[in-house]
Design a protein around this ligand. Sequence first.
Ligand code: NAD
Ligand code: TYD
Length: 334
Amino acid sequence: MKLLVTGGAGFIGSNFIHHILEKYPDYEIVNVDLLTYAGNLVNLAKCQDETRYTFVKADICDVDKMNQLIADVDAIVHFAAESHVDRSIHSSAEFVRTNVIGTQVLLDAALKNGKKRFHHISTDEVFGHLGLDEPAFTEETPYDPSSPYSASKAASDHFVRAYHRTHELPITISNCTNNYGPFHHPEKLIPLAITNILEGKRVPIYGKGNQVRDWLHVSDHCTAIDLILHEGKIGETYGVGGNNQPSNLQIVQKLIALLGKKEKDVTEYVADRKGHDFRYDIDYTKIKDELGWEPSVTLDKGLADTVTWYQENEQWWKDVKSGAYQDYYKMHYK
Ligand code: NAD
Ligand code: TYD
């Protein structure tokens, strides 16, 4: 099996590439990534010399390039996206370009090159948000995105389903909750909190910190994608959740305790995010019943491991924060 992974230099994509190369000794991976600010080839340094792994720097909106790459693979696992809500509030054009047009370019190329198997990674944010006592989102929840990010992901999901309905392209989609774990860019809450505390800076808490996210360890997400890719029913969507529902403040408090600090010394309350979704949660009964998947990493264990990872990989996050990580491509590929 030869896979084209898009956005493999990002957080989840790089964890997925390591997962596949370790689990399937006969699989080959081509990783196509534009190396935006979120793409970091250091995440893949461990497989840099692996003969089954190839990196291609390209834009998923490049029609000719995507046709050329897709002609040569068996399946596409599509992670590439602009992924940060705050950036989409500031400026949304790149979100439409990569998340919507890029997905459409890949779908067209998959169609023209023999209807290649296509798995699309999406988010629970397409469903809008929940109150504290409302039941979790399911695969049947109507779409109601709030942010330009979630609107662009919703549009991409619709295109993926439309290519299945119209052209019988063999697709699957997964909508997961907030991931955390190694190689997570420190613009997102958990790595931002850990690295700010390690640097002696404060953690900005939006509003009152009472918003709720469901947290999914990235290794659990990778096993779910692996299962859906190999055993998922064509045309179907699967919700993937972590069964963890703390508020943002509770998450930060857990990290503060793991790092041995006092809350008043390391937190600062800042203006709330515009249109801030209150709560997300996914009911993962379908993937559990159909494919036997359940999250295996508890939040306490996952957070403790993640704190240790950031403590042991100080150079990684310092280089991300300073921008030095971008030298890796120049050193190894030019
Ligand atoms: P990320 O921002 O860490 O990585 C995105 C990657 O895509 C980067 O390597 C970037 O260089 C690449 N990229 C961006 N634009 C590109 C383009 N035009 N062409 C080629 N490559 C491009 O994102 P992530 O957190 O790893 O998320 C991966 C996927 O999972 C995204 O589709 C995201 O919407 C989805 N998702 C993420 C989460 C989460 O908690 N991180 C939750 C639900 C869904
Ligand atoms: P984030 O990691 O950006 O993921 P998402 O917006 O996709 O859920 O944010 C997680 C939650 O943490 C969200 O409710 C916003 C909040 N947050 C803060 O309170 N402070 C921060 O500095 C960041 C980045 C996020």
